[in-house]
Design a protein around this ligand. Structure first.
Ligand code: EPZ
Length: 422
């Protein structure tokens, strides 16, 4: 098994470019099914979850190949509408393929993607919306057997602003007849990126970034060249790394407006953050201080994906910071690992109370999930001594090469791959 070893205590100084957004690339890869042409997806991050999406596309009969930093997908050869249980289980967000396959093929057969480390990951909102558009979906022994000879646009109202449900319904609606409006839609920037990709393919989609997304279905779509937006959570991770270790970091390609709640928290904690249209610079020279309570919420609220990472950053600070996790039921699994490093964090239900420690010490810790693993890397930078982090495969799902990125900022960090490269 691979592991990351960090020698803590050095401040950071440097500049890195932010990778393309995982949570934009994944729905866009599903959306390529809606046209029969070629998509050149520039800035697509090289991640385990992207590899899983490529395996699904190839299983369906599509071609996919890397050309530099672009993933080139040709879906002309799509010839099946089923996804095996094994492929579905490789990636929690594989449910995003359902809407696109239904729109393209009029049928789909796939299994429930299952839960993940963050707790149950239901897709009831996805299925309700697809049924409202005219799909017949039968659940049979963990598989979803879906037929939709005709998808008809209509008003859909989400009971909560689910990112995945918004995206799945946008894709299905592109294959529907007439107009679909999705109310109480998620407003994340990745939804806007998906809309921009769909419009570049000739679709008529508008409203992304607001609570109502409208799709005029039925347009014949074509391939296109598209550049994925920068990953705002990866940007937040590297800003938190600089805040934790101290020093200065400049991120190129990052858009502060996508992570404004995170930069506001870091400013409140005592960092200097300067930004222009396409980059963000953070400087931390004084000790970090506790901040007002953090409540995770749908965008534009504080992102749940940055909760663990900011918590790790404030594990060494002056004062007490309260975190409330309102999106997922099991997203404090990193707390036990941070505690092994000397953090003082008390969890009760959805609330974690972080009493900033004067110092952290290196330890042997394990990544419990994608962002929890990144949080351990952040904590290790400011811990005295050496920290060994296992479970690196979780981190590889969302970070192209966290070791290289933090190393470029001056961190003393290296990766040791296991015998099988894992
Ligand atoms: C997306 O997951 C992201 N993943 C997650 O990022 C992110 O944490 C999440 O949105 C929230 O921002 C991708 O985009 C690939 P949701 P998604 O549907 O779509 C409940 C990361 O670290 N819900 O907005 O699954 C659900 O259980 C990952 O990169 C239902 O109850 O999130 C959760 O409590 C982790 N029924 C809440 O809504 C449904 O049908 C938000 O889920 C769908 C969701």
């Amino acid at each position: 098994m691979s592991q990351i070893i960090v020698q803590g205590g050095s401040t950071l100084s440097g500049s890195i470019a932010v990778q393309g957004a995982k949570n934009s690339a994944l729905p866009i890869l599903a959306a390529t099914i809606l046209n029969r042409g070629e998509t050149v997806l520039r800035g697509c991050p090289r991640l385990r979850d992207v590899d899983a999406s490529v395996r699904i596309l190839r299983h369906l009969g599509c071609e996919a190949r890397w050309e530099g930093d672009a993933l080139v997908v040709n879906t002309a050869g799509l010839c099946r509408s089923d996804i095996s249980d094994t492929l579905m289980r490789e990636m929690r967000s594989s449910a995003i393929f359902l809407g696109a396959i239904l729109a393209r093929c009029g049928q789909a057969d796939l299994s429930y993607p299952g839960g993940c480390e963050l707790g149950p990951r239901p897709i009831d909102l996805h299925l309700t919306g697809l049924r409202d558009l005219g799909a017949d979906i039968r659940e049979d022994g963990g598989r979803l057997c879906c037929t939709a000879p005709r998808l008809v646009g209509r008003e859909l109202i989400l009971s909560l602003p689910s990112v995945g449900a918004t995206e799945n319904l946008m894709l299905a609606a592109c294959g529907g007849e007439g107009t679909t409006s999705i109310s109480n839609a998620a407003r994340e920037p990745e939804i806007e990126d998906l809309q921009n990709y769909l419009c570049a393919c000739g679709a008529k989609v508008s409203g992304a970034g607001t609570s109502t997304v409208t799709v005029e279905g039925g347009a014949a779509l074509h391939g296109c060249a598209y550049t994925v937006m920068p990953d705002r959570i990866v940007a937040a991770t590297y800003l938190c790394a600089a805040a934790a270790a101290g020093g200065v970091a400049r991120l190129t390609g990052a858009k502060e407006r996508h992570l404004a709640t995170v930069t506001a928290a870091l400013r409140e904690a005592g960092c200097t953050v300067q930004a222009d249209e396409n980059d963000i610079t953070l400087r931390r020279e004084q000790d970090l201080r506790a901040i007002r309570p953090i409540h995770t919420a749908p965008y534009p609220g504080f992102p749940t994906d940055a909760q663990a990472i900011l918590m790790a950053t404030l594990a060494r600070s002056r004062g007490v910071t309260v975190f409330e996790e309102n999106i997922f039921t099991n997203r404090f699994r990193h707390v036990d690992e941070l505690t092994r490093m000397g953090a003082d964090i008390r969890v009760s239900g959805r609330v974690a109370v972080v009493s900033g420690a004067e110092r952290l010490h290196g330890a042997t810790v394990r990544s419990t999930d994608l962002r929890g693993g990144a949080a351990l890397c952040v904590a290790a930078l400011m811990a005295e001594g050496e920290t060994t982090i296992s479970g690196v495969e979780h981190i590889d799902r969302g970070y192209e090469d966290i070791t290289r990125a933090l190393g470029a900022l001056g961190a003393h960090i290296r990766r040791e791959d296991g015998p099988d490269g894992e």
